[in-house]
Design a protein around this ligand. Structure first.
Ligand code: ADP
Length: 355
């Protein structure tokens, strides 16, 4: 009986083996006693004694295992289960000496330790993310608040009566207030998406009509930069998709505004859409602006991620536009991606359900 075999035994089998070994060694002792010292010792008596030794040894070993090992293993098992979200009830039922409990508990403990380690890693990651996020929010809010403070105190301290600055400072204050409002509204939208409070209300609508509405909403900004917005000429005039119309309009507006903000003067932004299959269509918003270097692309949809922070702020960007776009598309169970080349332009492509 090798050690490997012993490892695979149940406690009751182990007790049987131990009792057999004890009985056998006693039997050898009794046989030697008979041949050397007490020849009258009856074989039947020897056998009877061996049976008694076996029974006593068996129950003794079972008792020791039960009391000193199994009792404690059960306690460990119960303690671990109290912290485990998913209870393995079937194993709890097997907490007796007929099963190879130690192996199973060992397996559970290792699994539990692995889970704990993963949970700790997740918590650590979340903590870093939370700290970064809090830092970003306070940084974003601080800038307009400090600006407003500066303008208002200058006005209070006499600037109000200085015709050279009073109106322009008030206008700047109002602009910073608007920026603050945009940041808070966008943050609110993201947090509602993340807590599943924003529901998608899908219905069929005509995609080209919606794109034209989004063009209208961004037309003024585009005109200021001489950027033309258009739907690619070979696209059908009617095309139905099934989605939340208002939210998809928001997606277009965010993408179009970006294409203008980061687009070249007198550039173009083109929207096109294609059938991927019977159920899905692919929509692309392409500009011929400054483009984005490859190393930024994987993080582009993260909250507050910007390629050029100062340019984004100068353009009134909050760094939340693409995060919102991604949330909206993913809430539709669809996907979005970006391809871009520096100084050539960018294409944001997302899918929607065809109607
Ligand atoms: P922001 O408010 O800064 O525009 P977004 O989340 O909308 O925030 O975009 C994140 C960053 O991605 C921007 O700061 C910009 O650097 C980059 N970006 C987005 N769209 C484009 C684009 N069409 N062309 C070039 N860069 C872009």
């Amino acid at each position: 009986m090798s050690l490997i075999n012993l490892k695979n035994q149940t406690p009751l089998q182990l007790a049987r083996y131990s009792a057999s070994i004890i009985t056998l060694s006693n039997l050898v002792g009794l046989v030697l006693l008979k041949f050397w010292f007490i020849p009258s010792f009856s074989i039947w008596l020897m056998l009877g004694l061996s049976v008694i030794i076996f029974i006593v040894a068996y129950f003794l070993v079972v008792g020791i295992l039960e009391r000193y090992i199994y009792h404690r293993v059960k306690l460990i098992h119960k303690t671990i289960h109290r912290f485990k979200s998913k209870r393995n009830e079937s194993l709890s039922d097997k907490l007796d000496l007929k099963h190879r409990l130690i192996d199973e508990v060992e397996h559970e403990v290792l699994e539990w330790a692995k889970d704990q380690e993963k949970e700790m890693d997740d918590l650590r990651e979340l903590e870093v993310y939370r700290r970064e996020f809090m830092g970003n929010i306070s940084h974003e809010l601080k800038t307009p608040i400090f600006n407003m403070q500066g303008y208002l105190y200058t006005l209070i301290e006499g600037g109000l009566y200085d015709e050279n600055i009073n109106m322009s400072y008030l206008k700047r204050t109002a602009k910073n207030l608007e920026r603050l409002q945009v940041i808070v509204e966008e943050l609110d939208m993201i947090s509602r998406f993340e807590s599943n409070q924003l529901k998608i209300e899908s219905k069929a609508f005509d995609l080209p009509t919606l794109i034209l509405e989004a063009f209208q909403a961004t037309e003024l900004t585009a005109k200021e930069k001489g950027i033309s917005l258009y739907i690619r000429s070979d696209m059908p005039t009617g095309y139905l998709v099934d989605a939340d119309r208002d939210k998809i309009k928001q997606v277009f507006i965010n993408l179009l505004i970006n294409s203008v903000k980061y687009g070249d003067k007198n550039g173009n932004t083109v929207v096109s859409f294609y059938n991927v299959d019977d159920q899905t269509c692919l929509i692309e918003v392409t500009d011929n602006g400054m483009g984005i270097a490859a190393q930024h692309l994987p993080r582009l949809f993260e909250r507050f991620y910007r390629v050029d922070t100062s340019r984004s702020r100068d353009e009134g960007g909050t760094g939340l536009g693409l995060a919102i776009v991604k949330h909206i598309i993913e809430a539709h169970n669809q996907t979005i991606n970006v391809r871009s080349t520096v100084d050539v332009g960018s294409t944001f492509a997302f899918t929607l359900k065809r109607s």
